[in-house]
Design a protein around this ligand. Structure first.
Ligand code: COA
Length: 381
């Protein structure tokens, strides 16, 4: 076998682009037309009219709930907001500069100790674990923000929905309703997205019939990477480095000349406007109005325009979520955990789908290594 030809075919299939790996009814990403659908519902319809809790029900059950079903799911979430006290004790021993994604990953893995049915992969038990995880992600992220700053964690308020409760636990005071609604829509927008890297990771782990906690922990690890969920933090870091609208173009020219990727721009599937960016652009502009600090939105708009002109690339979901969250006063390193607070709904939905009709995911690698090597003793090498 020729190593050269193997290398070429492997490269052309790099990253599994365009490969259909399994069937799913969770979401459809139409990259050509910029359309995103969850269980048959257009993302714009859901962002306009739905709530995160209702969207989670839709993703997990394939249909919208009636009001009793929605109330029941919300009640289940609220009953499960609090994390076991041991988790908070554990978190107090973490170094205060620990990355929040590492904290989330570690705490989620630890939560498995406190769920006696957590290792079961039948649909009913796995759904219970999904409820607990979705309810507890915001509690962990907010508690870490308090603990690392030397403050007591704020206990969850069982009268609040997930988005509002997260802001309340993080700040210790209830947010303005319009801000809570904006975050609620952000959670809807980030909930699911086909076989993105973290979702596929979760499904691969679930496909071995490992439990929900293991599959979700792996999803968090994948989401943390700068080419995936980590991009939103990187966008805000870049905007802060650039500093002002006049400096956007020289900064970008330098990035492109050095063949460096601009975070928050481009997408493996969308070749036109990412429909989620449409909403986040509006929110960034709105938050500029609320805070009176319009420069982050204006700089983002300038960078978007120049990337389009110079590279023909569009902003993705991370681009305007960065300035939106920043203007909400959310620390930069919590942007990716907030992505996780939403995406847990998609991961768990996909894991349930995987368990329902499981097949071990086990592709082949195209071997491009050497042949005919003969072992020689170490002292002769
Ligand atoms: N900045 C600069 N150039 C970029 C770019 C970016 N953000 N994204 C893509 N390009 C370039 C590629 O290098 C490629 O150039 P080439 O043809 O000269 O090699 C060209 O644009 C086409 O890239 P494409 O095939 O469309 O993208 P991809 O599928 O290889 O990569 C991403 C998709 C998301 C990995 C890539 O766009 C990226 O790294 N973006 C920044 C990270 C990010 O925001 N991730 C979050 C995704 S939701």
């Amino acid at each position: 076998m020729s190593n050269d030809s193997s290398a070429k075919s492997s490269k052309s299939g790099g990253g599994l682009r365009g490969v259909t790996a399994a069937e799913s009814s969770m979401s459809k990403v139409n990259g050509e037309d910029g359309v995103l659908v969850y269980q048959g519902y257009d993302i714009h319809d859901l962002a306009e009219n739905s709530t995160f809790e209702e969207t989670v029900y839709l993703l997990w059950n394939g249909r919208l709930p009636n009001s009793d079903e929605l109330d029941a799911l919300k009640a289940e979430f609220r009953e499960n907001y609090a994390v076991p006290a041991e988790i908070l004790v554990f978190m107090r021993h973490f170094p205060h500069d620990a990355n929040p994604m590492d904290v989330l990953r570690t705490c989620v893995s630890t939560l498995a100790f406190y769920d006696k049915d957590g290792q079961k992969t039948d649909i009913e038990s796995a759904k219970h674990a999904a409820v607990k995880l979705t309810a507890r992600f915001p509690t962990i992220v907010a508690a870490w923000e308090r603990i690392r700053n030397g403050n007591e964690p704020v206990p969850p308020d069982p009268n609040l929905d997930i988005a509002e409760n997260f802001l309340f636990m993080m700040r210790g005071e209830k947010p303005d309703p319009s801000e809570a609604r904006m975050l609620d829509v952000c959670l809807i927008l980030h909930a699911d997205h086909g076989f993105n890297a973290s979702t596929f990771t979760s499904r691969v782990v679930a496909g071995t019939l490992a439990d929900m906690y293991g599959a979700v922990t792996a999803g968090i690890a994948a989401l943390a990477g700068p080419l995936h969920g980590g991009a939103n933090t990187a966008v805000m870091r870049a905007l802060k480095v650039i500093g002002s609208i006049e400096k956007v173009e020289p900064w970008l020219d330098d990035m492109l000349a050095n063949k460096r990727k601009v975070m928050g721009i481009g997408h493996a599937v969308y070749k036109t406007e990412d429909p989620r960016a449409t909403w986040l652009r509006r929110f960034s502009e709105k938050m500029g109005g609320v805070t009176g600090e319009t420069k982050w939105f204006e700089m983002s708009q300038e960078l978007e325009k120049l990337m389009k002109e110079k590279k023909g690339l569009n902003p993705n979901v991370d681009f305007y979520s960065a300035s939106t969250y920043y203007m909400m006063g959310i620390p930069l390193d919590l942007f990716t955990p907030i992505f996780g607070i939403s995406r847990i709904s998609g991961w768990t939905g996909h894991i349930l789908e995987q368990y329902a009709e499981n097949k071990l995911i086990r592709p082949r690698a195209e071997y491009v290594g050497k042949w005919d090597q003969k072992w020689v003793p170490v002292e002769e090498r």
